[in-house]
Design a protein around this ligand. Structure first.
Ligand SMILES: [Zn+2]
Ligand SMILES: [Zn+2]
Length: 238
């Protein structure tokens, strides 16, 4: 098991179990990894040549470019952009024989690959996968962790899918059905509750419901977004 992630996985599961408003524990883990990566890239890793080679080659997705921009560490960010842009010049203007025979083909190929890659996404994906695996293995081995899992508010859909997929591969035919029973119950009962809350939210637009209380519906729309696509890529803490 990936021992390094046992502590953060336990911590985030415990926090969400105790305070349901924190939502999906995997989103909290994702946000932690993302914050670390952005901090490193705008700080300690920025001048490391091997990191620079990779950032030049892989570039960044729009989400992570925007997040780095918002973090206001302008000089390291600009220095990294400078060398990325410099390298891009040769990719866009790929010369040689192939450009004479088939103009533009090389540039299209290079830029398509660049669009699909992001240095930060790649780093997070690898570590996050190990965290989800850690959670599945903890569920198998640790009674306390099983209790924490059963007390989760919900898992956002993308992380629910990944948790199921990872656990299915890791736990085997004997243990997986128990796991599935617990997590799918959490998921289905939260989805029912959320659907009711969104329905009530819609009803409150009808004047006949003016005097009725909101119950849990007031924040149901942002909660539905967090459920459907996760609560990740958060703005920097003020
Ligand atoms: Zn999530
Ligand atoms: Zn990215």
């Amino acid at each position: 098991m990936e021992q390094i992630y046992t502590i953060p996985v336990n911590e985030k599961f415990e926090a969400s179990a105790e305070d349901h408003s924190l939502g999906c524990p995997f989103c909290a883990l994702y946000n932690m990894l993302e914050e670390d990566e952005l901090g490193l890239i705008l700080g300690a890793s920025m001048m490391e040549p091997d990191v620079r080679i990779k950032t030049n080659e892989l570039g960044f997705c729009k989400t992570h470019l925007d997040m780095m921009f918002e973090r206001k560490n302008r000089l390291p960010f600009a220095l990294m952009l400078e060398s990325h842009l410099t390298e891009l010049q040769s990719r866009i203007a790929a010369g040689g024989v192939s450009s004479l025979l088939n103009p533009g083909a090389e540039a299209i190929k290079n830029l398509s690959a660049l669009e699909e890659s992001c240095y930060v996404c790649g780093r997070i994906k690898r570590n996050f996968g190990m965290m989800v695996e850690t959670a599945a293995l903890l569920w198998e081995k640790d009674e306390e962790f099983r209790k924490k899992t059963a007390a989760q508010p919900y898992f956002c859909l993308p992380h629910y899918r990944l948790f199921l997929e990872t656990a299915k591969a890791r736990l085997g035919k004997k243990r997986f059905p128990d796991f599935y029973k617990v997590v799918s119950n959490i998921e289905i009962s939260y989805l029912r509750e959320l659907t009711d809350d969104v329905s009530w939210f819609c009803k409150k637009f009808d004047y006949r419901y003016n005097d009725e209380p909101w119950y849990n519906a007031k924040d149901s729309v942002p909660r539905a977004l967090s459920f459907l696509s996760g609560h990740i890529h958060l703005p920097p803490e003020k």
